[in-house]
Design a protein around this ligand. Structure first.
Ligand SMILES: [Zn+2]
Length: 373
């Protein structure tokens, strides 16, 4: 099957941080990020991440991180970007809590299995996670409507269907103070240890990346333009080390690659010709432009990758079966009564958008629901 083939291809390679043992065998730099299958890495080094005697102490890693922070802040200042306080950094000698999170297999297989090297406090702010969940939810649902009913519905119209408010409240309850249980601004995790030893440039890149999240937060643009922030930070980290975001990197599309790398490429393109690109990156008009391209070019691809099994049931089914808005439809399942139910539910944007589209599949599904009851 055509689809199955494509899926296997995606599953095959991942971006992996080379463990010490593997690097030695391959004659490459430990900590380097390469394209490999998980199985290959596991075969080459079942357990060995790095040689214990070569490990830097936590204090030494933190000292290097503070040094790196200072260098980046100087560069920011030179480019007209001011952070009022020097951010604090802490090294935690383990993997990030997000590396161990259980995810649907479908999502898991399309996420790059690169371990998260660092996180900034604002990056995992609860409101940001809430917005992220809403945006992803809407994109998944929109893809679902296309797949199940062949209807083109915008993400804003489908988001009217879902009670995102209660979804958000759950997240807020779970993470009242964000996902961090610490006061520091940036936490760096285990992968940064081998970067500090073997790949200081990458180490600096990641520090610059996290610092840019803090910049966007202090300039109040982080929460207005959600989900381009990984792209903007990835762009900044590359500029900092004098590199361009390269389009050949797009070959390794997965969710991580799309949100960060492909996103960074869009940022780079949109900033072309700007004399002060970092300042331009905080400009709301430019961010809007980036966001628009993100909505068109990045999210649909992300959803293509992960949505296949994610949404299996129309959330509206519950309402059609129980909500009083659909009482008339339940006793007399005509198309007009279905639309009137949608109207009562306040789903006017959806009604507008299905005008002129073939609604048969959608209508038949609703009828079957009632008949089954
Ligand atoms: Zn980030």
């Amino acid at each position: 099957m055509e689809d199955g083939k494509k899926e296997c291809q995606w599953r095959k390679f991942e971006m992996v941080q080379l463990p010490f043992e593997v690097a030695k065998k391959l004659g490459r730099k430990p900590g380097e990020i390469v394209k490999m299958t998980r199985v290959e890495v596991g075969d080459l080094a079942p357990d060995g991440v790095r040689e214990p005697e070569q490990q830097l102490s936590s204090e030494e890693i933190e000292r290097r991180a503070r040094e790196s922070v200072e260098k980046v802040l100087k560069w920011f200042t030179k480019n007209g970007i001011i952070l009022s306080k020097v951010p604090t950094v802490k090294y935690v000698d383990k993997d990030s809590p997000f590396d161990g999170i259980d995810m649907p297999e479908q999502v898991e297989s399309f996420l790059a299995r690169v371990k998260i090297p660092a996180l900034s406090k604002v990056n995992i702010d609860t409101e940001l996670m809430v917005k992220g969940a809403i945006i992803f939810g809407a994109f998944i649902l929109s893809a679902f409507y296309k797949r199940e009913y062949d209807l083109d519905i915008s993400t804003s119209a489908v988001s009217d269907f879902v009670d995102f408010e209660s979804l958000s409240n759950d997240l807020r309850k779970k993470f009242p103070d964000g996902a961090f249980e610490t006061d520091v601004n940036i936490v760096i995790y285990k992968p940064m240890q081998s970067f500090a030893t073997y790949n200081p440039e990458i180490f600096d890149e990641y520090i610059a990346h996290e610092l840019w999240h803090l910049v966007e937060n202090s300039y109040n643009v982080l929460l207005t333009d959600v989900f381009i922030h990984e792209a903007t930070a990835t762009y900044v980290q590359k500029v900092y080390v004098g590199k361009e975001v390269k389009s050949c990197q797009l070959a390794k599309f997965n969710v991580f690659g799309l949100l960060y790398k492909y996103g960074a490429l869009i940022v780079q393109e949109e900033l072309k010709g700007e004399s002060e690109p970092l300042q331009a990156l905080l400009n709301s008009e430019i961010r809007e432009r980036i966001q628009l391209r993100f909505d068109k070019e990045v999210f649909p691809k992300v959803i293509d990758l992960i949505s296949v099994d994610l949404c299996t049931e129309d959330p509206e089914d519950e309402y059609i079966l129980k909500h009083e808005a659909y009482a008339k439809f339940r006793t007399n399942p005509t198309f007009e009564n279905l639309i009137s139910g949608l109207k009562t539910r306040g789903l006017n944007r959806f009604i507008d958008e299905i005008q002129g589209q073939d609604t048969n599949k959608f209508f038949d599904h609703a009828k079957r629901l009632i008949a089954k009851k």
